[in-house]
Design a protein around this ligand. Structure first.
Ligand SMILES: NC(=O)c1ccc[n+]([C@@H]2O[C@H](COP(=O)([O-])OP(=O)(O)OC[C@H]3O[C@@H](n4cnc5c(N)ncnc54)[C@H](OP(=O)(O)O)[C@@H]3O)[C@@H](O)[C@H]2O)c1
Length: 290
């Protein structure tokens, strides 16, 4: 595939979109970076885009032939805004769509599962990325990362269930292949890191890497749901608590070889990602928390 193709990256300021845009640029592809915020991304053309403002769709779609789709975050039913956009994208000349979903959400499942179901009927070239939980939840701007920095704790209802946590850099690497390889995957891809780890394992690795004690607090399902419902809509809080319960019941205790198969290199272990994103000189262990 040549560098003259242009990818619209939706969610280009977010965890996977930012990395996907950067890796596309590094590989010589053109990127239109879409989002509500005007954060500049070197080498990309910026375009304002809001899932809830269809007036932003046409300019975003001008001159692009493929699209990386991050759903509107926190919307429990994104299909009513995403599917009309996808029809418009196809009419505007987009030929390939790569959707970010989740290992926890099957085709036809809740939330983005309905968009997954619609995608093959809309595009001849498509892929649905279904990553496990992100390693960056513990290093970036997620609630877990915040509570680690502020109180040295991870709070979940996941019990001792294990998860095939994945590096967002590896998700982006798969996204780049899915977007630009001559043959599109035309399937969903379950993406994991190299190991399934419990949140107790994660806390132990973070303690070793940062030199500050990190503890996993085991919450009940009800306690987690009620705590989340104090800050986000109850329906979304229940969905997130359900996901933790699924982890506790071992639904995420698996690894796949998809990253290696698609990119030709193995996915990064959590320790490597934590060292890359969280370590700081021993002298500052009691100073900055990230
Ligand atoms: N965290 C995990 O462990 C995990 C695991 C599996 C799957 N996932 C899935 O990953 C997705 C989140 O992806 P991510 O981590 O790459 O994103 P993210 O870091 O949460 O960032 C969200 C991106 O979407 C953009 N955005 C938000 N609302 C928008 C709107 N109304 N219109 C246009 N753009 C909007 C934001 O940019 P602006 O604010 O600039 O608009 C930002 O670039 C979710 O769907 C989640 O289900 C997460």
């Amino acid at each position: 595939m040549t560098a003259t193709r242009t990818t619209l990256v939706i969610g280009a300021t977010g965890t996977t979109g930012r990395r996907t845009a950067a890796q596309l640029i590094a590989a010589g592809h053109r990127v239109k970076a879409a989002g509500r915020r005007a954060t500049p991304l070197p080498g990309t053309e910026r375009v304002r885009f809001d899932w809830y403002d269809p007036a932003t769709f046409d300019e975003a779609l001008t001159g692009v032939d493929r699209v990386y789709l991050v759903p509107p975050v926190g919307d429990p039913e994104p299909a009513p805004v995403m599917v009309p956009f996808l029809h418009r994208a196809h009419a505007a000349g987009v030929r390939r769509a790569v959707l970010l979903s989740s290992s926890a959400i099957p085709e036809g499942g809740p939330a983005v599962g309905a968009v997954h179901q619609a995608l093959p009927g809309l595009f001849d070239q498509w892929a649905v990325l279904r990553p496990s939980w992100f390693m960056q939840n513990f290093t970036g701007t997620h609630t877990h990362a915040d509570s680690i920095r502020e109180r040295g704790v991870i709070e979940t209802a996941a019990g001792t269930g294990r998860v095939g946590f994945i590096d967002a850099d590896d998700i982006a690497a798969v996204a780049v292949h899915a977007l630009t390889d001559d043959r599109a995957p035309n399937t969903d891809l379950i993406l994991t890191g190299p190991q399934a780890l419990s949140h107790d394992d994660i806390a132990a690795i973070l303690t070793q890497v940062t030199g500050r004690p990190v503890t996993h607090h085991h919450l009940t399902y009800d306690a987690l749901r009620d705590r989340l419902a104090a800050v986000i809509p109850r329906e979304f809080a229940t969905m997130l608590a359900d996901m933790d319960r699924a982890i506790a019941e071992d639904a995420e205790d698996r690894t796949t070889d998809t990253v290696l198969r698609v990119t030709g290199r193995p996915p990064s272990p959590f320790r490597v990602v934590a060292e890359r994103e969280l370590s700081f000189p021993a002298a500052s262990v009691t100073g900055p928390t990230r």
